[in-house]
Design a protein around this ligand. Sequence first.
Ligand code: RB5
Length: 150
Amino acid sequence: MKIAIGSDHAGFRLKEIIKHFLLTEGFEVEDVGTFTEESVDYPDYAFKVANLVSSGEFPFGILICGTGIGMSISANKVKGIRAALCNDLFTARFSREHNDANILCMGGRVIGEEVAKEIVKTFLSSTFQGGRHKRRVDKISDYESSTHCN
Ligand code: RB5
């Protein structure tokens, strides 16, 4: 499975750890940056990953900034994106099972690397349950289609 990953400077260190973790687990990874700890703007990286997921080229993306908040706000502006900020295992699981999240956002200044790896594992191994949850997610997509111009 192909995963798109990106971070700002505050998420850079954790992004590198998660990227290597994913490669070890056999995933294909596209890293859109950033590649140093020099200060950058998180929306630039959020939009890159979100567009790769929105295009259908990548089923899932992972975005990391200091808190994960800026990345999730930004990614959710892109059509078709359901970005979930998950800094714990419970929300990681239910973001997939109930919300069909397609981008996982985490806070590099909030969680440690072992918890982050478990969150990633949980997110990628959980499955959307459909049913009543699909009806709700469809309402989001329908609203988005009625308000977006593209
Ligand atoms: C960068 O200092 C920080 O604001 C950013 O990484 C993120 O936490 C924003 O939501």
